[in-house]
Design a protein around this ligand. Structure first.
Ligand SMILES: Cc1cc2nc3c(=O)[nH]c(=O)nc-3n(C[C@H](O)[C@H](O)[C@H](O)COP(=O)(O)OP(=O)(O)OC[C@H]3O[C@@H](n4cnc5c(N)ncnc54)[C@H](O)[C@@H]3O)c2cc1C
Length: 412
């Protein structure tokens, strides 16, 4: 570590209950909920406030229900994020429109840009009393007796360093989590497949709902987002990325859209593209241990599933709530419950996402995978609704972890 310890960000506390590394979907939501639960929280992010990140940002029902319950959905709507009231699944020529029914206090889904969603969560965390600092990188962990994690070493853009101590350090630092690496968080399950993704934004596309289209070997998605724009992506087995997409992303994107959906290709030709393409070459799913002595993981840091099922932010927000409840109890045992509750859904979500990302299915098989995914998501929403009803956070956590709790409930 370089630099002096006194010079950095004097407003930072020396000691807090919880330090969270990473302040986006998982980290900012955990900070907000832990602070609302009465904990003294510091969240840091090496990136900037309100910046973008790689994501097509479609929210599933669980995430929207939580944003509404936290009092944040109205703010998104007022800022210009449209509600999505229909999803269309297309398997070749077969189109299946699905109306989004009002339930759980929401009238539809939505897909805010990360510039908007992550900033909103940071604002809400600050309003709840958490300190959130950007431009600070966690450069290492501080360990106490027996190797227990006791804090973090932070470094700012000028190389100045500062140590902050805490009862618990939470890694919300994403897919390539340094906290997971430094703690040696055990890998519980891995995916075998990975999809590559290329996406961009268009205005004037005239698509009002989510549209997911599947053809042998590839799929497309159209996701209405902020300020009249639509995010359009192509997804394919990651083996195609290097050979077919990387040499000329725009041409590869156009070819795959035409292959999966000539109608969408024609509509894109009439619409106005905004900005460039962004690409993700694909990384197999990975589920890690969620906690250890003095540390915990949340969001992609502990559970990454292939983006093809558009469920990462929904997972991050759900698990932020489960983790914040566990932290508020101050009991080590609650983190065991947290891991069990997370994994009651995570294992199936990882496996289903992995199966779709294989791109080796028939149209009937991918429809069946979507049917199974829909059942998991119904269970997820029932679990979230039950958590919201529980007056006693402890009672909700106990019910969720009991095996008879809502997240473990068998689908009828
Ligand atoms: C191509 C693509 C498309 C996707 N599409 C969707 C979708 O449609 N819907 C959906 O729900 N999900 C989607 N996802 C997944 C979703 O983006 C992630 O699940 C989500 O971003 C996870 O949030 P997070 O807060 O855990 O991590 P991240 O959003 O990755 O945030 C981690 C933060 O940690 C910070 N950080 C890392 N290391 C340090 C450090 N040492 N010190 C300080 N800060 C640090 C980073 O700066 C970053 O801001 C997609 C992902 C990809 C790649």
């Amino acid at each position: 570590m370089n630099g002096s310890s006194a010079a950095l960000a004097p407003a930072l506390p020396e000691r807090v209950d919880v330090i969270i590394v990473g302040a986006r979907a998982a980290g900012a939501a955990t900070a907000m909920l832990a602070a609302r639960g009465g904990l003294d929280v510091l969240a840091v992010d090496r990136g900037g406030y309100g910046t973008d990140t790689l994501s097509t940002h479609a929210l599933m029902r669980g995430a929207v229900v939580q944003l509404a319950r936290w009092g944040l959905l109205d703010r998104l709507e007022r800022a210009g994020t449209p509600l999505v009231r229909r999803t269309t699944f297309a398997y070749g020529a077969l189109e299946i429109p699905v109306e989004i029914r009002p339930r759980g206090g929401i009238e539809g889904l939505c897909a805010p840009r990360r510039t908007r969603l992550d900033a909103l969560l940071v604002d809400a965390a600050r309003q709840a009393g958490a300190t959130v600092a950007h431009g600070l990188r966690c450069a290492g962990l501080v360990r106490g007796p027996g190797g227990r994690v006791r804090g973090v070493e932070l470094v700012d853009g000028a190389g100045r360093a500062r140590r902050v101590l805490a009862d618990r350090v939470v890694g919300a630092d994403g897919l390539r989590s340094g906290i997971a690496r430094e703690t040696g968080a055990a890998i519980r399950r891995r995916g075998a497949h990975a999809s590559g993704v290329v996406y961009g934004y268009w205005r004037g596309l005239g698509i009002e709902g989510y549209e997911w289209r599947y053809a042998p070997g590839a799929s497309t998605g159209a996701i209405p987002t902020d300020d009249g724009a639509t995010c359009v992506f192509v997804s394919f087995a990651r083996e195609r990325f290097r050979d077919e997409l990387a040499p000329d992303v725009a041409a590869g994107f156009a070819r795959i859209v035409a292959e999966v959906s000539p109608g969408l290709a024609a509509a894109l030709g009439r619409a106005e593209r905004r900005g460039g393409f962004r690409g993700f070459p694909g990384v197999p799913g990975c589920l890690r241990a969620a906690h250890g002595p003095g540390w915990a993981l949340v969001g992609d840091a502990g559970f990454f599933r292939d983006p093809i099922t558009a469920h990462g932010i929904t997972d991050a927000l759900r698990d932020a709530e489960l983790l914040a409840r566990a932290l508020a109890t101050g009991r080590e045992r609650s983190l065991v419950d947290y891991e069990q509750e997370r994994d009651a859904l995570a294992v199936e979500l990882l496996d289903l996402s992995d199966a779709v990302a294989a791109y080796d299915w028939s149209p009937e098989r991918v429809q069946e995978l979507h049917r199974q995914l829909s059942e998991v998501m119904k269970r997820e929403v029932r679990g979230l609704e039950a958590m919201a009803r529980a007056a006693e956070p402890d009672a909700a956590v106990a019910a969720l972890a009991s095996g008879a709790g809502p997240l473990q409930e068998k689908t009828k």
